[in-house]
Design a protein around this ligand. Structure first.
Ligand SMILES: *Cc1c(COP(=O)(O)O)cnc(C)c1O
Length: 375
């Protein structure tokens, strides 16, 4: 028997008989509204990938013994489609999400798939619901590709059946009124990821355990955890975003943009990679260094005291960049300056503009943007 690869040419489309009208932009709440259609493809260890289907958005039907419910055979991606001024709908670096999705699948013994074929299928799904992609700066279509193990039975073993599904959610800007700088609690009593673990993969199982520490931080007045790791207390990530710090050497005046290295404990953010690439391209090397290196909370506290900590921000698909204004660490309060009367630092603002200019098609980028539909 041949094992079929994922192939977009077999796509079957069943249109939703009750198409919805777009919600007004001000009613969009992140991840609450979904479009009219979803994509599903099933996989079987004997026969491979089945017929991809676009059909009306609706419930899945799974046996209660299904392995996804018991042993967390689940992984996901988060990406966005943007509506440009000339009414094209485009994806931002979808190849990176697909590559990461396959890496996540491999880690939990779920099947791999042809990345280009899934991009084509996601494109077809968006085409189907293109009238629901919101218009305007900060508005986009959030895309949630998901893969689950779907074989039945309580034995702990490799799933013999699996399924990819993709759902779409029209979303507004993360911060309704421009930026809103956040306060973080430096957290060392809970650990998000560790060497040899799977914190560098987008597995659902990594997220549920982070809610309790987040609530604990929130009870002390902090929006998110700044995850520390090890006896050195290296900063790793913030909430579910990568994290960047900006230092300015008080003697030389040289500035440095720093983020944690990809050592297996850091989620390989597409936004992180894009920030690094654009910073290396746009910042003058005689004034700036851009480094992926370990940086501890001790270094951050010490350099803050010397006035050398000048900016900090998180990066991720949902908010793109999210400025940080304060870190609570033990009994200290580390203040991070913001531009006068604003909610971010200067580089944070530039980075946000560089990325959104490309996403909304105001600046052309030959490799990062892929048009999937036109209105
Ligand atoms: C998704 C995610 C990120 C950000 O990745 P992007 O590809 O930039 O959206 C960072 N950290 C964690 C833990 C994540 O789950």
């Amino acid at each position: 028997m041949t094992v079929a690869p994922l192939d977009a040419c077999y796509l079957k489309i069943t249109s939703n008989p009750n198409p919805s009208v777009p919600k007004p932009n001000n009613e969009l709440v992140f991840g609450k509204t979904f479009t009219d259609h979803m994509l599903t493809v099933e996989w079987d260890i004997e026969t491979g990938w089945g017929i991809p289907e676009i059909k009306p958005y609706g419930n899945l039907s799974l046996d209660p013994s299904c392995c996804v419910f018991h042993y967390a055979f689940e992984l996901f991606e988060g990406m966005k489609a943007y509506r440009t001024k000339d009414n094209k709908i485009s994806l931002f670096r979808p190849d990176m999400n697909m590559k990461r999705m396959n890496k996540s699948a491999e880690r939990i013994c779920l099947p791999s798939f042809d990345e280009e074929e899934l991009i084509k299928l996601i494109g077809k799904l968006i085409e189907q619901d293109k009238h629901l992609v919101p218009e305007g700066e900060g508005y986009s279509l959030y895309i949630r590709p998901t893969m689950i193990g779907s074989s039945n039975g309580l034995g702990v073993s490799i799933p013999t059946k699996a399924m990819i599904f993709v759902i779409l959610s029209p979303v507004g800007p993360y911060y309704k009124t421009g930026f809103k700088a956040v306060k973080l609690e430096a957290t060392d009593y809970a650990t998000r990821a560790w060497p040899g673990g799977c914190g560098d993969k987008k597995l659902g199982a990594n997220y549920a355990p982070c809610i309790l520490p987040q609530r604990q931080a929130a009870s002390r007045g902090y929006q998110q955890n700044l995850w520390l790791f090890g006896p050195e207390k290296y900063v790793t990530e913030v909430g579910t975003m990568n994290v960047f710090f900006v230092f300015e050497d008080s003697k030389t005046g040289k500035k440095e943009l720093v983020t944690a290295p990809l050592d297996g404990t850091i989620l390989e953010g597409v936004t992180r990679a894009s920030v690094l690439e654009l910073a290396r391209q746009n910042l003058n090397p005689s004034e700036w260094e851009v480094n992926e290196r370990y940086c501890s909370i001790y270094e951050i506290a010490e350099r803050s005291k010397k006035g050398e900590l000048i900016e900090a921000f998180g990066s991720g698909t949902a908010a793109v960049v999210s400025p940080i204004k304060e870190i609570g660490w033990e009994n200290e309060k580390i203040d991070i300056p913001l531009l006068a009367g604003e909610q971010s630092g200067a580089l944070t603002k530039s980075v946000a503009a560089w990325i959104s200019d490309i996403q909304y098609g105001r600046v052309q980028h030959k490799n990062w943007v892929r048009v999937v539909a036109e209105l």
